[in-house]
Design a protein around this ligand. Structure first.
Ligand SMILES: C[S@@+](CC[C@H](N)C(=O)[O-])C[C@H]1O[C@@H](n2cnc3c(N)ncnc32)[C@H](O)[C@@H]1O
Length: 280
């Protein structure tokens, strides 16, 4: 049964309000397919029935499911490999033995490939991190965070970005006797990672300060005003001279003056500008 335009507009408005993600009318066919999944999960025969349920007050579980289907979770290991080289050559190279844990936040971690790529880098370069490291991995999608926390990937996923050497060093087969078995990250990649749901539209002040924040391929879905607002709050979560990293097709131009651009021959990094405390 075809869903009415008014119902699709209603759901697209809920998604815009809750997540900042804008569904253009041209993409309503995609929204309709995805809403069909949520309808099924809630034993509704149609999206119209889901809409009626929603009007009566959607359960928090169903709202979470809506967040899951509304988001694009595309990701893979070592996405933009040159960026990881730049993190090694620039950020890790600056670390000094000062007793301060190197704190990293992946603010839209999706299914976890980004954080495990970082963890593989950090484990391989442990000598450059004399104070150790900790990674906070967050995403608004519960399905994404839960999957990331399992650290289990299928053959197709490990083939996207992982070399055979990294695969055999950092992963084991879930079921070694099965040729098509899934792969599990080794415990050393997980032991310094914490997983948590976090909507970037909501306050994240309580997460504390970080030396490095990755916010890659997520702001693209936000309006310019929202991007500015989120970036100014991300700035406040950085330690003095901390780094922010965006997706390779994203930039801060016209969005924030809080960062200086560090262009290495490998990638673009943004370093927080230290500001003098306001007086008077
Ligand atoms: C395209 S993936 C990017 C994953 C990874 N950072 C990368 O670059 O490979 C975008 C992620 O942003 C998350 N996301 C979308 N809107 C969000 C929001 N308002 N708050 C937090 N995460 C959000 C999605 O759930 C999705 O997992």
């Amino acid at each position: 049964m075809k869903t009415s335009m008014a119902v699709l507009q209603y759901f697209s408005e809920v998604i815009r309000k809750e997540l900042g993600i804008v569904y253009l009318e041209a993409n309503y066919y995609q929204l309709e397919t995805r809403l069909g999944e949520v309808a099924q999960l809630n034993n509704c025969k149609s999206i119209d029935e889901l809409y009626q349920l929603m009007l009566r007050g959607l359960s928090p579980v169903a709202l979470r499911q809506l967040f899951d289907i509304a988001t694009n979770n595309e990701t893979y290991f070592y996405r933009d490999p040159s960026l990881f080289e730049a993190i090694d050559a620039t950020i890790l190279a600056e670390q000094k033995p000062n007793g301060q844990l190197f704190k990293v936040w992946s603010a839209a971690c999706s299914f976890g490939q980004e954080i495990y790529s970082l963890a593989m880098l950090f484990e391989s370069k442990a000598a450059k991190l004399p104070n150790g490291y900790g990674i906070l991995a967050t995403d608004v999608s519960r399905r994404a965070v839960t999957t990331a926390a399992t650290g289990i990937y299928n053959d197709l996923q490990v083939q996207r970005g992982l070399s055979p050497a990294l695969l055999s060093r950092f992963f084991t087969k879930v079921n070694p006797s099965e040729p098509s078995s899934d792969w599990q990250v080794r415990p050393e990649l997980k032991r310094r990672v914490r997983f948590q749901e976090q909507n970037l539209l909501a306050s994240f002040e309580s997460l504390g300060k970080f030396h490095l924040i990755l916010c890659r391929n997520v702001l693209i879905y936000q309006s310019v005003e929202r991007k500015r607002e989120i970036l100014s709050r991300l700035y406040r979560q950085l330690e003095p001279h901390g780094y922010l990293i965006l997706g390779s097709s994203e930039s801060l131009i016209g969005l924030s003056d809080d960062f200086e651009m560090i262009r290495t021959d490998k990638a673009v990094l943004y370093r927080a500008i230290a500001k003098l405390a306001q007086t008077g």
